[in-house]
Design a protein around this ligand. Sequence first.
Ligand code: LMR
Length: 392
Amino acid sequence: MLDRLQAQAPDALLALIKLYAADPRSDKIDLGVGVYRTNEGATPVFKAIKAAEQALIEEQDSKSYLGPEGDLGFVHALMPYIFGKDATMGGRIEGMQTPGGTGAVRLAAAVAKAAGVTRVHMGTPSWPNHAQIFADLGLELVAFTHATADGAADIEAVLGAIGDAQDGDAVLLHGCCHNPTGVDYTPDQWDAIADALAESPALAILDSAYHGLGLGLEEDAYGVRRVLSKLGEALVAYSCDKNFGMYRDRVGALYVLAKSADGLPPILSNLNALARANWSMPPDHGGAAVRLVLRNPDRTQMWLDELDDMRARMRRVRERLAAADNEVPGLGLAALADQHGLFAILPLSKEQIAALREDHAIYMAGSGRINIAGLHAGNTEKFIAALKAVTA
Ligand code: LMR
């Protein structure tokens, strides 16, 4: 039977990792998959995580099963950072650990479907795996435009989509550091979105995979907090893969806001059943390490300092690229200074993206998405020169 299967193309983004690794050129630049890199081009384990892992070796006395909800100490320790001081909104929020942000989005979509959602409104372009997950679950995608041509958020489009949404619809929004555009809603725009969602029958699903990598932990949480403050119920998918550098350890969580504290247990029982059917239990190690960072003030400070450094470095790269707007006109580089997080989209043709790879050893997604963190003091000028060459 298995010989009936049609061969599938490899995931384009993940395929870039292998293409890049196979390129022997020493001055190659990886602007592909979304991992943070230092000024030296490395993706080291966070110092705070290293310290927590040492503590974990000492403290952990069992690896016995925890259950589908995973490490609730981890889940709860994150909540003040995501939801603010009143982290549980009167006992209306609870969460569970998931295998990365992908697991959280998958679980969000699955529980939405179980609750009767059949369509998901989503701004495009988006992280390609969003559409894949929805399609795999048989949910219909209704696309709206995320960003305007001048690199700002298309607020009319999102408000229009929310206005059109009906019972049985969900609306997916990126909490911050939009992937792939870097274009986030402003606080005023989030206020309008929250008000529109409050009037809508649609279920809000917020995906927060880059918290702390935009303007700061508090600033980046504005949208999620504002939306939740106005709604009876919502789902928040969260990833620690980037903001704790846990990528391959797969560290995420899904939070649910219920209409009342009493409404949480039936929803959580569904999440537990779906998690059990999908992966049974999330991998423990990464969540435990994050918990041991957040439960210790010294390690927490170490983590906050590391996040500050990452943000400041990416900000410098964004400013240098924006300053190159006159050198390489037509790519909208000036707007990069006002955008957030790891990503930006450059309006390059398929041929220009191929020329960057073949002639200049610069690897980026076929959509024109670049990972800002792949650039640093040692390669940004080469990148700008290559952009000039392929767009001349
Ligand atoms: C990305 O968009 O590059 C990251 O979120 C990695 C992934 O899983 O696609």
